[in-house]
Structures are given as structure tokens and as C-alpha cells.
Design a protein around this ligand. Structure first.
Ligand SMILES: Nc1nc2c(ncn2[C@@H]2O[C@H](COP(=O)(O)OP(=O)(O)O)[C@@H](O)[C@H]2O)c(=O)[nH]1
Ligand SMILES: [Mg+2]
Length: 291
């Protein structure tokens, strides 16, 4: 993942070997690389400003080592800005209720099942609520995934009230002393009023401890606009970014962190149930920056 971004940074920095690079040149190059990688313009500017402040202001020429550390610090500062105080495996409440939101196709349903699998692998017990009762086939899709993972699913008929499915799943979890309730949801167009009312109702009824916005890394800056629309109507606490394996340009993590001001807590890296992991900024920086 992210090999092409790493290669571009590598080339830009190596221009300075064996001695030094002109600061203005390397800043132009970094800006261009970030822009080609789908990083928003304002975010590029923030990174360059911060890069500049890491380097002695009057210096015109800088060493390769200085470039590397200033670049790492500048991006790292953005990634680390929005952390939340949450140990997801020990959240301190039982059942811990997580609601997953996002528009169609971003990977919500897959992510719900992957998270159930992640919790199971860590000896935690979950129940899943099939609260996407709108889209044909959604309940069946989730039923198959839950069977693969080996986790209970609470479902009602297609077209029924999503909030009451969530409510039943919470009762189920309480009765069995389960650790988590994971609530899938429907995602038609973000402008659809009914959907927004439906999500608000699920939130009112389920009172989630954590509301996660599921975003698709592949769609880059559009993801930001989608999320902003959600943010206006339904609040959320954190982001799970899916399909990192298909993010050929590699910059969506930076843009999303900077523009949405919410922490990315997990990332999806493939279609298999175990292809999800807690997000770690250093893991990402190691992949995009040359050693
Ligand atoms: N490559 C890849 N595909 C994913 C990932 N997460 C989900 N998908 C795929 O994205 C498609 C839509 O996923 P789905 O969970 O149905 O999205 P939903 O409409 O938001 O519930 C499916 O084909 C998933 O297999 C991921 O991390 N990587
Ligand atoms: Mg779905």
C-alpha cells in the first residue's frame, strides 16, 4: 500500500543527496506530490507552513535528514490532532453500543462484521443489529457475514423500523451480558430527509456510546463533503476509513484527518473479515515516507 507516494517522496528528497536541497524547491515538490495524492489544497498549505516552521526560517538550503524529519513531523501533527480517549477493547461499559453510519457502498455492513470479528479475536462477545432494513438484500448480506464470523444477529423483516431492531439487539446483549452491540444502518443519499430522520431516531433509541462514520478512502476529497453533510445533521465521534487497499493516490488519510477533525480509529484494508486494524499514524507514515 502507498508505494507510489513513497516513491515520489523518495525521489523528491534524493535530489538533495549527497549534500543539501534548496528549501523553496523541496517545498514546491512536496506540495505537488501531496496535491497529486488527493490532499486538499488547504491541507497542503498547512503541511508546508508547518514544514517551514520546523526548519530554521532564514535557512535557504537544508539537508536530506532535515527534510525527512520536518516532513514526518508536519504530517504527524495533523494525524495526531484529533485523538479520542477510548480503549475500544476495554471501553468501561457493558454492553458498549456502536452505531455505524455512512452512505451506501462505503463498506458499513462489511465493517460491522469485521469489527465483530476483531472483537471475537480479542475474546469479546458482540451482537449485531441489522438496522439497514431498507435496502433489498442488506439483511441477508449481513446474515451471511455474521455466520462466517460466528456472531449473533438480530434482524426483523425487511422494511421494519430500524430503531426497534437496535433496541432488541441491546436487550439481547443485556440479557446475555455481551460486550458490544454493533448497529448497521441504511445509507441512501445523504440528502434524503427520511434517512436522516431514521438515523436520528436510531440514535435516540439506541443511545450509542460511539457513533462511527464509515468513509471510503477511494473517493478521496468527496468523502469530506459527504461527511460534512452528515456532521450537520447527525453527530459522530470517530471515523473508520475503508478500502485503503484501493487508495492508489494515498493521501485521503491526511485530508480526512485535517478537514473533519475527528480521529480515524480503524482502517479497512481488504474485503476479508480480518482485513481491518486499529489506525496508527506511525504505521501510515512509515509507508508513505522514505527511510
Ligand atoms: N477492497 C476493499 N473492499 C471493501 C473494504 N470494505 C468494504 N469493501 C467492499 O465494499 C463493497 C460495499 O460494502 P458494503 O459493506 O456492502 O457497504 P455498505 O453499503 O456501506 O454497507 C463490498 O463489495 C465490500 O466487500 C475494504 O477495506 N477494502
Ligand atoms: Mg450495508
Amino acid at each position: 500500500m502507498f508505494e507510489s507516494l513513497k516513491k515520489k517522496f523518495g525521489k523528491a528528497i534524493e535530489i538533495g543527496l549527497p549534500s543539501e536541497i534548496r528549501k523553496g524547491d523541496i517545498e514546491d515538490n512536496i506540495r505537488n506530490i501531496l496535491m497529486e495524492s488527493d490532499v486538499a489544497l488547504e491541507t497542503c498549505d498547512r503541511i508546508i507552513d508547518s514544514f517551514d516552521s520546523f526548519i530554521d526560517g532564514v535557512k535557504k538550503k537544508i539537508s536530506v535528514a532535515e527534510v525527512k524529519s520536518a516532513l514526518r513531523e508536519s504530517i504527524s501533527a495533523i494525524l495526531g490532532e484529533n485523538s479520542i480517549d477510548l480503549d475500544i477493547l476495554n471501553p468501561g461499559k457493558k454492553p458498549y453500543i456502536i452505531l455505524f453510519l455512512g452512505i451506501n457502498g462505503t463498506g458499513k455492513t462489511t465493517t460491522v462484521a469485521k469489527m465483530a470479528n476483531y472483537f471475537k479475536e480479542n475474546n469479546r462477545r458482540s451482537v449485531v443489529a441489522a438496522s439497514d432494513t431498507f435496502r433489498a438484500g442488506a439483511i441477508e448480506q449481513l446474515a451471511i457475514l455474521c455466520q462466517t464470523v460466528g456472531v449473533n444477529l438480530i434482524k426483523h423483516e425487511s422494511g421494519s423500523d430500524p430503531a426497534s431492531v437496535a433496541f432488541d439487539a441491546i436487550e439481547h446483549a443485556k440479557a446475555r451480558n455481551l460486550d458490544y452491540v454493533l448497529i448497521d444502518s441504511a445509507g441512501r443519499m445523504q440528502t434524503n430527509r427520511n434517512l436522516l430522520e431514521e438515523m436520528k431516531k436510531i440514535k435516540r433509541v439506541a443511545k450509542p456510546d460511539l457513533t462511527v462514520l464509515v468513509l471510503d478512502a477511494m473517493i478521496g476529497q468527496d468523502a469530506v463533503y459527504q461527511a460534512e453533510t452528515f456532521l450537520k445533521e447527525v453527530s459522530y465521534d470517530a471515523i473508520i476509513l475503508t478500502k485503503l487497499d484501493t487508495d492508489a493516490r494515498g493521501g485521503s488519510i491526511i485530508t480526512i484527518s485535517d478537514q473533519l477533525k475527528k480521529p480515524i480509529i480503524f482502517v479497512g484494508t481488504g474485503q476479508k473479515m480480518n482485513e481491518i486494524m486499529p489506525f496508527d499514524g506511525n504505521w501510515y507514515l512509515d509507508r508513505i515516507l522514505p527511510e
